[in-house]
Design a protein around this ligand. Sequence first.
Ligand SMILES: [Zn+2]
Length: 60
Amino acid sequence: MTPTSVRSGASTAQPTDPRCLHCKEPLVQDDIWGWMHEGQRYLCRDPRTGELLTQAATLI
Ligand SMILES: [Zn+2]
């Protein structure tokens, strides 16, 4: 019960933590493009190889 433990990575699900349907990376909402991956990257990246994919960021 510490007041500063909100963003400490607890195992409980966070409803305000948007993730990509394809690569599970965190998403941020852009005013123009809509949902994008962190770092202003629109296309997905393979989590294992780092290769850019053809899928666009999609909110789960
Ligand atoms: Zn993605």
